[in-house]
Design a protein around this ligand. Structure first.
Ligand code: ATP
Ligand code: MG
Length: 716
């Protein structure tokens, strides 16, 4: 046991300490936001190492995002110093699954350099599969099939295991067959998708018990963060692995389960005690993150959900500032107020890195980003497919992928005629048919075809030159730094030139991105390491350091904390999201509420909710009403700023009443007033032009001011 003076244990409360020191056997920490669950995990790792129970590589720690993994690595590094013994296996389920699969790829029919497909490539592949099966892609779009397959994979189901009823639900009864065909295509491509990373591990372990035993022995201690969001496949994966030594510690919070739509099951929490009998269950009740009003708002809101495991939370941080709720005329004004408020905070010395804007859907970001760009406010988008999803970046990556892995047919298809070099559909068709006949990758087929008369002389010589380039680049990789080679590839292929010729502002931005891409390569030991990183962060692109505001979806904000958190777009339909409610009814609404709870509990000092009474959704303006979640906040912890005049703050502060029209929410007063103007262009005349000046509609919708930053940020 560590000496009581061990520095890393200092400051832990008794319960936290119990969770840290219960090293042997299963432990479940079930506690609310900000109670130090993640901190317990990191400290536990430090403790295991410090008391000599484990060496770093005996430990496996699973985090929910790459960002969380990186933060945990930093925290552990700080706790144990660079002991020179390496680091624990620490990453997301996907990252760890990848690492394991690379080592045993051949046992599941892959080569160790398999490609991990991003969403884009997955869809392209599915499209091909759907076409090949003569299913109407218009009726059964690739996207829906992708969703179905992901769902099955999340539940740990291989094509044979999909229940017949479900398998038949897609593509005129062909769902199961399409899934199987897709898996075959993946195998020939030496590729996997995200779901496979775990599914194939499961198969690997089931079919090779000795491999499983090896890992069970190796990972003497297993730790899992954000346990409430594991899906069935992840759970099965974990259970197999943990059943060896049974030293498994999971931490989670049922009130923060927000990935139900992705197959996460809160039941896993309940199942834990069943599968690991005798588990020590620790509850933490002190929230160290947020001030009183924020915590009160979050707790009151979540109390509306039924079927919670229930918990008490207290803070000793003092009441702090109230949660502010601000109404804006439209989403553009909302973005403007947001920008001004942030500038105000910045002027008062607040660090931008301690400010986050959390949106419900990523489409909300563009207006906010535009505003930030106009203001020159540095920001980063976290968890959003931004940089790496850009077309030029994906093209460049395809060149690099194909150089690293000649069997990467998707990459081949993407770049064979980009830039245009006269290798169009006819060439590609010839290559496809040869590749099928000979069962070889497209690049290989290309090498064969240029030795025949099949292609016309011009494309044949172009293709031959391209192939020669690829083999030269592959050789260069062995002797030159990979970032330099990447640069060479982009130049010699004519790709950079393609954009240089364009001479538009857009093209200039793209060239910048290509430069940035080459620059980012330098941070990796070699090209495969870089490509693997890309595949993993595709859904969680991470910007470089520096003082920036963070912009992300609520989903991506899990586990993070910021001094100031902005929560725009609290409007019924947007948040709670209508689609979630339509699809899953009450359960959908409760998950939305948990999402709101996650958002509020990210804030340490300031939470700032806002809504717009007009929003453009998919290009169309529509008027909106404030989110029912606003009504559910405790009045005593909320301060309303610049709400349109007719909003009376009280029990029915936004004038919601059951209506005879099915919707349980009445049209608020201001909106009724607006409706009186029916027949007129709602955005014409005074109302519309008011967007840039004081606003007034029939005297009821009066913004107290044009929404100055100081109003919005009162108390900041
Ligand atoms: P979430 O549910 O949002 O993931 P969490 O339970 O994982 O939250 P942490 O992120 O571990 O909570 O901790 C929240 C904050 O409280 C962090 O800044 C952490 O450093 C701090 N904290 C946790 N425990 C203590 C403690 N005993 N003393 C001081 N600060 C603490
Ligand atoms: Mg946490």
């Amino acid at each position: 046991v560590a000496p009581p003076s061990a520095a890393y244990l200092e400051g832990l409360n008794a319960e936290q300490r119990r969770a840290v020191e219960a090293t042997e056997g299963p432990v479940l920490v079930l506690a609310g936001a900000g109670t130090g669950k993640t901190r317990v995990l990191t400290t536990r790792i430090a403790h295991l190492i410090a008391i000599g129970r484990a060496r770093p590589f005996d430990i496996l720690a699973v985090t929910f995002t790459n960002k969380a993994a990186r933060e945990m690595k930093e925290r552990i590094g700080a706790l144990i110093g660079s002991a020179g013994e390496g680091m624990p296996w620490l990453g997301t389920f996907h990252a760890i699954g990848t690492k394991i699969l690379r080592r045993h790829a051949e046992l599941v029919g892959l080569k160790s350099d398999f490609t991990i497909l991003g969403t884009d490539d997955q869809l392209r592949l599915l499209k091909q599969v759907i076409e090949a099966a003569n299913v109407d892609e218009k009726r059964w779009p690739a996207r829906s099939l992708a969703q179905a397959i992901d769902g099955w994979k999340n539940r740990g189901l291989s094509p044979e295991q999909v229940p017949a009823g479900e398998a038949g639900a897609f593509g005129f009864g062909k769902g199961g067959k399409l899934y199987a065909a897709y898996q075959e295509r993946l195998a020939t491509l030496n590729a996997v998708d995200f779901g496979d990373l775990l599914l194939l591990c499961l198969r690997l372990w089931r079919e090779n018990p000795d491999v499983l035993t090896g890992y069970q022995d190796r990972f003497r201690y297993i730790l899992v963060d954000e346990y409430q969001d594991t899906n069935v496949a992840q759970y099965l994966w974990l259970r197999l692995l943990a059943q060896g030594r049974r030293n498994v510690c999971c931490v989670g919070d049922d009130d923060q389960s927000i990935y139900g739509w992705r197959g996460a099951e809160v039941d896993n929490i309940l199942r834990f005690e069943h599968d690991f009998p005798g588990a020590v269950v620790v509850r933490l009740e002190r929230n160290y993150r947020s001030t009183g009003h924020i915590l009160a708002a979050a707790s009151t809101l979540i109390a509306r959900n039924e079927g919670r495991l229930g918990k008490t939370l207290r803070t000793e941080e003092g009441a702090g500032e109230r949660v502010t709720v601000t109404g804006a005329w439209d989403s553009e004004e909302e973005a403007r107020l947001l920008g001004e408020t942030i500038e105000g905070l910045q002027a008062r010395g607040h660090a931008l890195s301690q400010i986050a804007v959390l949106v419900r859907i990523s489409a909300q970001m563009r207006e906010i980003e535009d505003r930030f760009v106009q203001l020159g406010l540095p920001y980063r988008v976290i968890g959003g497919p931004r940089f790496y999803e850009r077309a030029e970046v994906r093209d460049a990556l395809a060149y690099l992928r194909l150089t690293a892995n000649p069997a990467d047919d998707l990459a081949f298809e993407r770049i064979i005629n980009t830039p245009k070099r006269g290798l169009g559909d006819a060439t590609l068709q010839a290559l496809h048919s040869l590749s099928r006949r000979q069962s070889v990758p497209l690049l290989h087929a290309a090498c064969l075809i240029v030795e025949t008369e099949e292609l016309k002389p011009k494309p044949r010589s172009t293709l031959r030159a391209l192939l020669q380039s690829f083999s030269r680049w592959a050789k260069l990789l062995e002797i030159q730094p990979h970032a330099e080679v990447a640069q060479t590839i982009l130049e010699e292929s004519g790709y950079t030139e393609m954009w240089q010729k364009e001479r538009t502002a857009d093209a200039a931005g793209r060239l910048e991105n290509l430069k940035e891409l080459v620059r980012s390569l330098e941070e990796f030991p070699d090209l495969p390491a870089f490509l693997e990183h890309i595949a993993l962060v595709m859904d969680a692109s991470e910007a470089e350091g520096g003082e920036r505001v963070s912009l992300m979806t609520l989903h991506a904000a899990k586990g993070l904390e910021f001094d100031t958190v902005f929560l725009p777009g609290w409007e019924d339909g947007l948040f709670p999201n209508q689609r979630a409610i339509d699809e899953s009814g009450r359960a959908g609404l409760e998950e939305e509420r948990r999402l709101a709870h996650v958002g509020l509990t990210r804030a340490r000092r300031r939470a700032k909710i806002s809504f717009a009474v007009n929003r453009r959704i998919h290009g169309l303006w529509s008027s909106t009403i404030p989110s029912r979640f606003v009504d559910e906040l405790p009045e005593s912890s909320v301060e309303v700023i610049e709400a349109p005049a007719s909003f009376s703050y009280g029990p029915s502060r936004f004038d919601r009443q059951p209506t005879p029209f099915g919707s349980s929410y009445a049209t608020p007063g201001w909106q009724r007033a607006q409706a009186n103007t029916a027949g007129q262009d709602r955005f014409g005349g005074g109302a519309r032009s008011s967007r840039s000046g004081p606003k007034q509609i029939e005297g009821t919708l009066v913004a107290k001011s044009t929404g100055t930053a100081s109003d919005y940020a009162t108390g900041a």
